[in-house]
Write a protein that binds this ligand. Structure first.
Ligand code: MEV
Length: 445
């Protein structure tokens, strides 16, 4: 048996090792080194050239980590039907999105509109000069900064995007000598992170030149210290609104023990709780991101960026709240989601990852704006499904039904045992213990 390495030691130069050696070292941490190596390698792509693509997305790659790639069919957005690719590991997320999309497809579908698509970047710097001078030459500075990035912005300008504007932000009250140049961008169909960050670093060095060479500044005012140049993931003006609406009577039958109107009122209370209570709001919004992230991942987008923008936006008035809002007026039910979603349909992983490319093609190769509307609609679909379950039958019935396969796999049920279990648990409550007992009984008889 190969010797097992101790876990608590530093591995020097790991990134420089060959992949085989990385696998070997990592496997030495495990009880069964041979089995560990086999396991890692069993998830390698059989086609070496495909595997190389995955290896190069990241660093220190030793294997691939599978997450189910599924479809939420029949998502009707602004009258167009999409069958939406979703990547998520949580059982019931896809089922929730699908059933909610079907429900709304029979009631006019989702409506969506882009509020704006502005992205933001910041150059933070320290400067001890007279602020009035900087304000006076700020238009000149803007022109200078635009000029300094002309080569970098050329393609983006041609695609109809580029730099929108610059703003000087004064942080000197909070941090001595601290200012920021806040820049807004339109990155058209790309997420634009690399474009923005490249521009910002060029602005930073141009800013130093500007201070050095402009005659308005005294000798003491020529020095500026750049702290950092980076895009902001808070994009409150890269905003999409998605909504559903119907008459109360169209909600009749959602739950047999309630009229549509009673359901609408209970639903409204549940959403209001998420507006006032941070504990509920976080879970409520998590349900939105179940759908949002799943489509973002399937299309090769940065779901961490989208999440951070969404949560910051949820706290935009100083208190973290629900991202959705319900309005009941007369006999009308209106439910809307306003969410910042900075994503791209060109560049980044979107064309490099074979399944991201596939996802975009499945959606008809949408523009970034169209994809924002699809993503927001799926987020709303998931959230609606969650609240519908919570205020009626609860989520565990559906959730545990979906979880049944996980339990069956965990206890290594055979195909026949699974088939019998699925039939049995149509009318019986699923729990780990109940499933285990059911399978044990089958095996004893
Ligand atoms: C589970 O992934 C998501 C829910 O908890 C969302 C919610 O409570 O609104 C069901």
């Amino acid at each position: 048996m190969p010797r097992r390495r101790k876990r608590d030691y530093l591995i020097r130069g790991f990134s420089k090792l060959l992949k085989e050696d990385k696998v070997q070292i990592v496997s030495e941490l495990m009880d069964n080194q041979v089995e560990a190596m086999e396991l890692l390698k069993s998830f390698w792509h059989t086609d070496n050239s495909q595997q190389k693509i995955f290896d190069e997305f990241s660093e220190n790659t030793i294997s691939n980590y599978y997450i189910p790639y599924g479809v939420a069919p029949n998502v009707v957005v602004n009258g167009r039907t999409y069958h939406v690719p979703v990547v998520v590991e949580e059982s019931s997320v896809v089922a929730a999105a699908s059933s909610s999309s079907k429900f709304w497809s029979e009631r006019g579908g989702f409506k969506a509109e882009i509020v704006d698509i502005e992205k933001i970047g910041q150059v933070h710097f320290l400067w001890s000069g007279e602020k009035a001078k900087l304000v006076k030459v700020f238009d000149e500075l803007k022109y200078y900064l635009r000029g300094a990035t002309k080569d970098t912005t050329k393609n983006m300008d041609q695609r109809g995007g580029g730099i929108i504007d610059f703003e000087l932000i004064d942080f000197t009250e909070e941090i001595e000598n601290s200012y920021q140049i806040k820049v807004t961008f339109d990155t058209v169909d790309s997420m634009g992170a690399n474009f923005i960050n490249s521009c910002l670093e060029e602005f930073a060095s141009a800013l130093q030149d500007f201070f050095k060479t402009h005659k308005i500044f005294s000798e003491d005012e020529k020095e500026v210290e750049i702290i950092m140049s980076i895009l902001s993931n808070y994009t409150p003006n890269c905003l999409v609104k998605a909504w559903v609406e119907c008459d109360f009577k169209d909600l009749d039958g959602v739950y047999k023990e309630m009229t549509g109107e009673q359901f609408a009122h209970k639903f409204e209370t549940a959403v209001k709780i998420a507006e006032i209570d941070v504990y509920r709001a976080a879970t409520h919004n998590k349900g939105i991101f179940n759908g949002v992230d799943a489509v973002a991942i399937a299309t090769g987008n940065d779901f961490r960026a989208i999440e951070s923008a969404g949560h910051a936006y949820a706290a935009r008035d100083g208190k973290y709240r629900s991202l959705t809002k319900v309005t009941l007026s007369g006999t009308k039910f209106l439910y809307e989601l306003n969410i910042p979603i900075a994503l791209g349909t060109v560049g980044g992983l979107t064309s490099l990852h074979p399944l991201a490319k596939h996802s975009l093609e499945m959606l008809g190769n949408p523009s970034a704006k169209e994809l924002m509307m699809i993503v927001a609609s799926v987020g709303l679909a998931n959230n609606f499904a969650a609240i519908r379950s919570l205020v009626t039958k609860g989520i565990q019935i559906g959730h545990m039904k979906m979880h049944l396969y996980n339990i069956l796999n965990h206890i290594e049920a055979t195909k026949d045992e699974k088939d019998m279990a699925v039939e049995h648990f149509v009318i019986h409550k699923v729990s780990y213990g109940a499933v285990q007992k059911f399978i044990e009984n089958l095996r004893e008889n």
